[in-house]
Design a protein around this ligand. Structure first.
Ligand code: ST9
Ligand code: ZN
Ligand code: ZN
Length: 349
């Protein structure tokens, strides 16, 4: 018997034979086999980073030069693009293709933020998509906000991540010599790009003090980390689900703002190969899309994949929670006055 989908506004429509169980998140492994093995080194490092970051924020408003703060904002944007347009949309999801110069730029940008090498990040992320909200998901949101946000980086991984993860194909990543280079020399490239150069540049170019330059840069880094982590925590736990109400990921405008357009997470988990990572395509909340569009214009980014309106529509009707906006002319939720007041020219006779 075909069940109905109920929405906040009532029953939307009937399931048809297209519905399959992959829309329903798999049950988690019994919690009893979770052994929390804290990695104290990480606990101490992340605590120190956050304390220095708070001091860096204080210095931005007290003694740091304005150029140092502007520089930090620029580094946040560039590093952010290295995550969103780079390791996320390009390398993890292959949502578009990039030529060698663009891949080099994105690899440099990516190294501005210490979030592990592109290969390691993309491997964890593919596992996250494939096994979302199970123990094989590195930042399983069913273990709570703190675990999904940062806790997962403070303890040993669940054995399921390694068991299931070994079957995820990442051979394409090893075929890209640029990111293989980054992975091999990560502990040289990353400290230079994330910590050393961003600290020395303000000291060299506008005579900033070491303490100001260092602490403001740590604030920039920690801010970027938290913007990224919010996608795993807040955007997996709070928000509407216009595309698929059977999954945890949700649409979160605030997260999207800080994460350069990556908070439209219900859309993203439904259509992970869409280069916009959202349906909206509004640049004010999706700076990363504007960046990719620019490089597409000059021919450096190609094969941009995106979901057709029709595909989105079908999916919204089949599994959405009813919170999706109107489709356009003829949508069942379109206000009746539109029919009377809309200006229609060149009418068909
Ligand atoms: C960081 C990453 O912050 C953040 C990622 C967030 C992702 C967000 C996604 C959201 C969408 C995009 C939004 C972007 C928004 C951007 C906004 C920007 C403004 N598959 O890991 P190990 C195996 S990092 C298959 O050591 P432990 C493998 O054999 C922060 N196999 O596990 C591996 O060996 P190898 C900085 C896997 O010992 C072996 O297990 N980084 C997989 O349990 C051991 O792996 C840090 O602080 C897998 N997925 O340790 C480092 N995983 O690697 C933190 C593992 O040689 N990490 N295996 O192949 C660590 O210290 C450790 O990883 C650990 C776990 C303690 C957490
Ligand atoms: Zn996710
Ligand atoms: Zn993703």
């Amino acid at each position: 018997m075909a069940p109905n989908i109920s929405t906040p506004t009532g029953v939307l429509h009937e399931y048809d034979e297209e519905v399959d169980t992959k829309d329903i998140p798999p049950e988690v492994v019994e919690t009893s086999d979770r052994k929390l093995e804290l990695v104290w080194k990480n606990v101490i490092i992340f605590t120190c980073f956050h304390i220095v970051a708070v001091y860096g924020l204080y210095l931005m408003f007290t003694s740091a030069k304005i150029a140092t703060s502007i520089f930090a904002v620029i580094m946040y944007q560039l590093g952010g693009l290295g995550i969103t347009a780079g390791v996320h949309r390009l390398w993890s999801h292959r949502a578009y293709k990039a030529n060698v110069p663009l891949r080099i730029i994105l690899t440099i940008f990516n190294s501005i933020v210490y979030e592990n090498s592109i290969i390691e990040w993309a491997r964890d992320h593919r596992v996250h998509h494939k096994f979302s909200e199970t123990d094989a998901d590195p930042h399983n949101a069913k273990r709570g906000f703190f675990f999904a946000h940062v806790g997962w980086l403070l303890c040993r991984k669940h054995p399921e991540i390694k068991n299931k993860g070994k079957d995820i194909d990442i051979s394409d990543l090893y075929e890209d010599s640029i990111i293989v280079f980054q992975d091999r020399y990560y502990m040289i490239v990353m400290p230079l790009a994330c910590f050393i150069i961003p600290t020395l540049a303000p000291m060299y170019f506008w005579n900033e003090t070491f303490v100001n330059a260092f602490c403001v840069n740590i604030f920039r880094y920690v801010f970027t980390l938290n913007a990224t982590w919010l996608v795993n925590s807040a955007a997996h736990l709070y928000g509407q689900k216009p595309y698929d109400k059977y999954i945890y990921p949700s649409e979160h405008a605030t997260v999207s703002f800080f994460a350069l357009g990556e908070g439209w997470h219900n859309f993203h988990h439904t259509f992970p190969w869409d280069y916009k990572s959202s349906e909206l395509g509004k640049y004010n909340a999706n700076f990363s899309t504007a960046f990719i569009n620019f490089f597409a214009k000059i021919g450096w980014a190609t094969d941009l994949k995106t979901v057709s309106d029709d595909m989105v529509k079908k999916r919204v009707l089949r599994t959405g929670d009813g919170s999706h906006g109107i489709w356009g002319w003829g949508d069942k939720d379109q206000p009746k006055e539109d029919y009377n007041d809309a200006l229609i020219t060149h009418k068909e006779h």
